[in-house]
Design a protein around this ligand. Structure first.
Ligand SMILES: Cc1cc2nc3c(=O)[nH]c(=O)nc-3n(C[C@H](O)[C@H](O)[C@H](O)COP(=O)(O)OP(=O)(O)OC[C@H]3O[C@@H](n4cnc5c(N)ncnc54)[C@H](O)[C@@H]3O)c2cc1C
Length: 421
């Protein structure tokens, strides 16, 4: 079913010339769809002590909660897609609606007024894997997956890191050997977020061990349900298990599922990593309200809102929140203008994580021992989840040190970091 056809059934005004609605028509269309399928988000007045006080940066769910959340997200993704809002900017030949980015921004702005399920399970698939498929996959793979990914039928994950290859990704050792029209994969990946619920994965493998390490790699789309794929969850120190080890034993992948050229996997990986940094740098900080607002609420509840040192620390968090946000917007503007953002992604990610560190420093000034000892008081010890999640955020998608190297080399023009190997 074509996206555009369904959209016109939603009771919205007729599209303009050439079937393209004007932005105003599109906004009305989006509102009428959301009015029919979702409820308005209530004006959120933050009331200390009411509702959940969770400020976790990573999901802390049981397998049952995870399955329920996935089913809810999937049902919503299908409803949105079938109404024409699931892939607004995507090429029409793959199920998208072929509209400019401002239409997506309009939809996002309208949708923010409504209460809708969390779509975080699709974050890696849609934010990182799908753009890589669009840039590097064969026509067969684009046709097979892009529509279904955007409709929520398929969850995707990123299979890059290995026990001996993280920051130095090009050292990875998972092998792919060609066998006729197929490749045979053997090896191990680690820290694969969401592998436990994924249907496909973007994997980078070593296809020629004799070439220099960046040049002997190839990317593939692998079926996570194929024989020989084994997913083992890793438990976080906060209790949840959102990451996994993934083992590949004689897993067969058709050559049609190759991404880009044989031994051209480094370019493929860079496409994905660029999108990953954009996604992390554009994040809000994980605590619902802007972090600085939430910190002021904690300060008020603890009777420290007038403390000049605390006020200064919170103001610092506020300023840096804006720095991260605007740096990310600069990177997005470059993408919109058809340019390749580079250091902006690293700057945005680094500003976000540096602010997370500032945040827990302020929290320890405000809460003192209540941050690390559970007194049962609402909104205090719960921040431990945030605090314990920050190291993960500082590593995921390129560690702080690696981001600093990129900024040093590409922005400041400093000499290149000497390679250990
Ligand atoms: C929350 C989270 C989610 C993740 N999700 C995924 C996923 O879905 N898929 C996936 O493939 N991977 C995922 N990862 C893995 C992530 O990409 C790696 O952890 C990251 O690239 C760092 O690699 P490493 O853990 O091997 O650490 P290492 O590379 O071994 O680094 C160890 C330490 O050395 C420092 N270091 C390394 N190189 C340099 C250098 N040149 N200069 C200065 N310091 C350096 C690092 O900053 C770090 O402090 C995830 C990680 C986290 C924390």
């Amino acid at each position: 079913m074509s996206n555009a056809t369904v959209a016109s059934k939603s009771g919205a005004p007729d599209p303009g010339i050439g079937g393209t609605p004007t932005l105003e028509q599109f906004e009305l269309e989006a509102r009428s769809f959301l009015d029919a399928h979702a409820s308005k988000r209530p004006e959120e007045a933050f009331v200390w002590g009411e509702g959940s006080d969770s400020v976790s940066l990573f999901p802390e769910r049981t397998a049952e909660q995870e399955a329920t959340d996935l089913a809810t997200a999937r049902a919503w993704a299908r409803t949105v897609f079938d109404a024409g809002f699931g892939w607004i900017t995507g090429p029409t030949e793959y199920g998208g609606r072929g509209l400019p980015r401002e239409y997506q921004r309009t939809y996002d702005t309208v949708a923010a007024d409504y209460k809708t399920p969390s779509m975080s399970v699709y974050g890696i698939g849609l934010g990182m894997v799908a753009p890589t498929i669009l840039d590097h996959a064969t026509e067969e793979v684009k046709q097979a997956y892009l529509l279904r990914m955007h409709r929520g039928d398929i969850v995707g994950c990123q299979l890059f890191s290995e026990p001996e290859a993280g920051s130095d990704l090009a050292s990875l050792q998972t092998k792919a050997l060609r066998d006729g029209d197929e490749w045979v994969l053997n090896g191990q990946k680690v820290w694969t977020s969401g592998a436990q619920v994924s249907d496909i994965g973007e994997i980078i493998c070593r296809t020629d061990p004799d070439l220099p390490k960046h040049r002997g790699l190839t990317g593939f789309i692998v079926d996570m349900h194929a024989p020989g794929v084994e997913v083992r969850p890793l438990r976080q120190m906060t209790g949840g298990a959102s990451f996994n080890e993934v083992f590949f034993t004689d897993v067969r992948v058709p050559d049609s599922h190759r991404l880009g050229e044989v031994n051209g996997g480094w370019t493929v990986a860079l496409t994905t990593l660029m999108n990953e940094r954009a996604a992390i740098g554009g994040g809000g900080g994980g605590v619902g309200l802007p972090t600085s607002t939430r910190l002021m609420e904690v300060a008020r509840a603890m009777g420290k809102a007038q403390d000049p040192l605390i006020r200064q620390q919170v103001a610092d968090v506020f300023v840096n929140e804006r720095v991260a946000r605007y740096t990310n917007l600069r990177a997005m503007a470059k993408i919109a203008a058809g340019q390749l953002p580079g250091p902006e992604m690293s700057l945005a990610k680094l500003s976000l994580t540096a602010n997370m560190v500032r945040t827990y420093e302020v929290l320890s000034s405000i809460l003192g021992p209540a941050l690390i000892a559970d007194t049962g008081a609402w909104g205090t010890y719960a921040w431990t989840q945030f605090l314990l999640g920050v190291p993960g955020m500082r590593i995921a998608g390129g560690s702080d040190e690696v981001m600093r190297n990129i900024i040093g080399e590409r922005v400041l023009g400093l000499p290149k970091d000497p390679s250990p190997k």
